[in-house]
Design a protein around this ligand. Structure first.
Ligand SMILES: [Zn+2]
Length: 282
C-alpha cells in the first residue's frame, strides 16, 4: 500500500514516527503551517518556522525515505493576534518557493472579522501564485463554519475546484461535495472522525476527490491513521485500486495542481546548513 499523508505536522513528531510511517507504506507527506500551541509574538517567529518547513524538516524526512512538501499560511487562530497578522506581508516571498504546494492551513477558528480578513487575503494570494488552498473547517459549529467558508471562497478569485476543505465529517461532507471542492478527512484516535466512520462515508459518497489524513501534531494523534483507514477499507470490501486512489492518487492530483510536486526522495546529503542529525556519530 503506497500512502501520501496530505496533512501531518512532522515538526511535532519523532524519528520513531518516521520509521513506523515508512514501514506502513507512507512515502510522501504534506506539512501545513499551523499553530504551534505556544503563541508566537512576532512575524520573525513565523519566518524561522517557515524556513524549517522548507529546509530542516524535508531533510529529516528524506533520511527516512519520505518526500516532504509544505503549505504556507497565517493560521486562523493566530490571525486574531495583531502581533502576528503582519506576517501576511511576508507570505508572498514564501509562496514562490519550489517546495510550497498550497496556501494553508487557512480558514476559520472562531469566525471573527480578523479571520475573515486573513482568509480572504490568503485565498487571493493562492490565486495570484497559481496555488491551490488547504482550508480548515472549525471544530465547533461545523456546518455554519463550512457555509461561511464556502461563501468566502465563492467571493474570492480562487475556484472551488482548487480548494481542499479539511476536517469534514458526516454533517459537512455533502455540502462540500456539492460545492465541487476536494474533500479532506482527518482521522483521529478518540474524537472526530475514526476509521469505521470514514469507511461509511466512502461507501455513501465514493472515493472521488476524497483525501484522508492523520493531521498528527503535538496533541493526541496517530501518524499511522492513513494506513489504518486503508486496512479498514480493504476489510470492508473496497478494492486495492480504491485504496490507492484515496491514499495516493487523490493527494497527488490535488497538490499536483501547484505544478511543484516532486515525489522522488532526493538524497538529502549528510548535512543541512552544516548540521547533521548524527550527534557526532559516524
Ligand atoms: Zn493541521
Amino acid at each position: 500500500m503506497r500512502i501520501f499523508d496530505p496533512h501531518i505536522h512532522m515538526t511535532s513528531r519523532t524519528t520513531d514516527d518516521y520509521e513506523a510511517m515508512y514501514a506502513a507504506g507512507v512515502r510522501a507527506v504534506v506539512e501545513p503551517a499551523f499553530w504551534l500551541g505556544q503563541p508566537r509574538t512576532s512575524p520573525a517567529s513565523f519566518v524561522d518556522y517557515f524556513d524549517s518547513l522548507l529546509g530542516w524538516e524535508p531533510f529529516r524526512a528524506a533520511q527516512y525515505g519520505i518526500a516532504h512538501h509544505c503549505t504556507i499560511a497565517l493560521n486562523p487562530k493566530e490571525a486574531n493576534d495583531p502581533r502576528c497578522a503582519p506576517v501576511l506581508d511576508v507570505l508572498p516571498r514564501y509562496l514562490v518557493k519550489d517546495n510550497v504546494v498550497a496556501v494553508g492551513e487557512i480558514g476559520y477558528d472562531s469566525m471573527t472579522p480578523a479571520e475573515d480578513h486573513a482568509l480572504a487575503a490568503q485565498l487571493g494570494l493562492a490565486a495570484d501564485h497559481e496555488l491551490p488552498a488547504l482550508v480548515h473547517t472549525p471544530h465547533r459549529d461545523k456546518l455554519t463554519g463550512l457555509r461561511r467558508t464556502l461563501d468566502v471562497v465563492r467571493e474570492s478569485p480562487l475556484p472551488l475546484e482548487r480548494v481542499l476543505i479539511d476536517h469534514l465529517n458526516e454533517t459537512t461532507v455533502k455540502e462540500a461535495k456539492d460545492a465541487g471542492c476536494w474533500l479532506g478527512f482527518s482521522v483521529y484516535p478518540d474524537t472526530k472522525m475514526d476509521e469505521e466512520r470514514m469507511v461509511a462515508i466512502l461507501r455513501e459518497y465514493g472515493p472521488d476527490q476524497v483525501l484522508v489524513n492523520s493531521a498528527a501534531d503535538w496533541g493526541k494523534s496517530d501518524p499511522l491513521k492513513t494506513r489504518k483507514v486503508g486496512d479498514a477499507m480493504l476489510e470492508a470490501g473496497f478494492s486495492d485500486d480504491d485504496v490507492d486512489r484515496v491514499l495516493w492518487r487523490n493527494p497527488v492530483a490535488f497538490y499536483g495542481l501547484s505544478g511543484r510536486l516532486v515525489l522522488d526522495v532526493t538524497d538529502a546529503g549528510p548535512t543541512h546548513e552544516g548540521n547533521s542529525i548524527l550527534r557526532g556519530g559516524e
